[in-house]
Write a protein that binds this ligand. Structure first.
Ligand SMILES: [Zn+2]
Length: 156
């Protein structure tokens, strides 16, 4: 199986059998994320306790890329500190822009299978939807839109 085929398999698997597509009891933040250009519409639910993402889920609908991407993101960030999750989000945005290092991409684990999206501009918004929504969740939660790294993704 070549890498491209493997990536397709991972994407399909997350799309057909998402681990985190469900309602979440006791979420502390929920935020709707929309990508009108494709019709992707998700609600991201996170349970944050003492700065640690202890659980998360998403609901809604959208294309395979948006759904698989948010599912893979939740696989990665549940159990991590918010700051780590934000760092992974930066890695992901960097990968999509084609600026991430090999190490940064490696840290994304299965989400690395979306790296070819950087060559498909029309699908970029689908791929980053969940990650962007997670960032916005934390910014909303802090009661401020001033991110720690204002240069990150401001153009998206
Ligand atoms: Zn889409």
């Amino acid at each position: 199986m070549d890498t491209k085929e493997l990536y397709r398999e991972i994407l399909n698997e997350h799309n057909i059998n998402p681990n985190h597509k469900k309602e979440l009891d006791g979420s502390t933040i929920s935020l709707n994320g929309v990508n009108p250009s494709c019709g992707d519409n998700i609600t991201l639910n996170l349970k944050v306790d003492n700065g640690i993402i202890t659980d998360g889920s998403f609901t809604g609908s959208g294309c395979a890329i948006s759904q698989a991407s948010v599912d893979m993101m939740l696989d990665l960030v549940i159990g991590k500190e918010k700051s780590e999750a934000l760092k992974l989000a930066e890695n992901f945005m960097g990968m999509i822009k084609g600026t991430a290092t090999e190490n940064q991409i490696e840290e994304l684990d299965e989400a690395a299978c979306l790296q070819d999206i950087s060559k498909m501009p029309a699908r970029v918004k689908c791929a980053v939807l969940g990650w962007r929504t997670m960032k916005e969740c934390f910014e909303t939660e802090n009661g401020s839109t001033t991110a720690e790294n204002p240069e990150c993704c401001s153009s998206n």
